[in-house]
Design a binder for this molecule. Sequence first.
Ligand code: PHE
Length: 380
Amino acid sequence: HLRFFSTVALAAVLGTTACTKKPSNAVSNEILVGEVGSMTGSEATFGISTHNGIELAMIQVNSAGGVQGKQMRVLLMDNQSKPEESATAVTKLITQDKVQAILGEVASSRSLAMAPIAQANKIPMITPSSTNPRVTQIGDHIFRVCFIDPFQGSVMAKFAGGSLKAKRAAILRDIKSDYSMGLANFFAETFRKMGGEIVVEQSYSAGDVDFKSQLTSIKSKNPEVIFVPGYYTEVGLIARQTRELGIKVPLLGGDGWDSAKLTEIGGPALDGSYFSNHYSPEDKNPVVQKFITDYKAKFGAVPDGLASMGYDAFMVLSEAMKRAKSLSNADVRQAIAETKNFNGVTGVISIDKNRDAVKPAVVLEIKGGKFIYRETVNPS
Ligand code: PHE
C-alpha cells in the first residue's frame, strides 16, 4: 500500500493527453508545453498536486484570452517517480511533440536527469520546486521559481539552533537523492557555524522501509533534534520508528515533507516536528487566498506547496511568453530570464543571474496531523 493514487493519476494523465492531436505545423493556434511529473510511484502526491496547480493556471490564462492570441495546452507525461523515465519523457516531448517549453520536475534528481536534454535542444525548462543548486547550473535554458537548498538548509539550522536552542543534531539522509544529500550538507554547515555539533550522520536509500539500525545508532548519541531531509513516504515511516525506539526529540525536515500522505503514514509520531516549505495556506495575502478559493472550487482540497509552485511556474512561463518579442525559443528564454517582481502565490518572484528565484521560506509545525504556520524567514 505504498503505491498511492494510481487510479487518480491515470485519470489525470488520460484527462490531459488522451485527445492529443499531433502538433505538426508551425502555424498552430496553440502553444504546447510539456510537463513531466511523478503521477505514480513513491512521490505521486508531488506530481499530482503540481499538475493540479499547472492545470488551474492554464485554464485561467486561456479563459483570459491566452498568450499572443493562442491558447496554451499542457502535455503531461508520468515518470513513475523515476529519473530514467524523466529523461525518456522529456526527449519524447521535445522531439516528437515539439513542445515549446518544459515544466518539471519536482525532485531534484529527476530535474537533473531532464535538464541536460532540454538544454541541448535549447528548450526553456522551468522546474517549479527542485531546490538543489546544481539543477539550474546545467545551462542557460534551465530556470526555477523556488528558493535553493543553501537557503532552505540555513533556515532549518537557524530554527534548530535559535528557536529550539539545540546544540546537538543528528542527520538521517537519503543517499539516492541529490536533494537530500545537498540539503543535509547545507544544514550542517550553518548549524556548525552557529556553534552546534552534528553528533551523528546516518543514511538510507529511497525505497527502504526499515530504519531501526540507523535510528539505534542515532539514539546512542543523544541528539536534541534529528534532521531528516527526505521525501514523505520514507519520512513517515522514519517518524514512526523513531518513536517506537523511544526517541522523543523533534524531527526536522525540508519541503520534501509536504504531502497529506506524510501524516497519514507517520500519524501522531510527527507531532512536534517541523519543516521548511514554500508557502502556508494561512497566509492572508489576497493572491494566496484567491488561489486557495479557486483551487478548492476545482479540486475540493486545500492546495499544498507543490500545487502553489506548479501554479506559479505556469504563470511565470505564460507571463514571459506574453512579454516575449516572439515565441521563438530564444525570445521565450530571454523573457523568462527577465522576470522581475512577479506577484506569485509563493511570494514575489524575480529570476536572478543564476536563473533561480530568491524568496522567503516558511517554517511549519506538525500538530494533530495539521501543518501549522510558525514563521517566515526572508533571504538575507
Ligand atoms: N525541493 C525538492 C527537491 O528538490 C522537491 C520538493 C519540492 C518536494 C516541494 C516537496 C515540495 O527534490
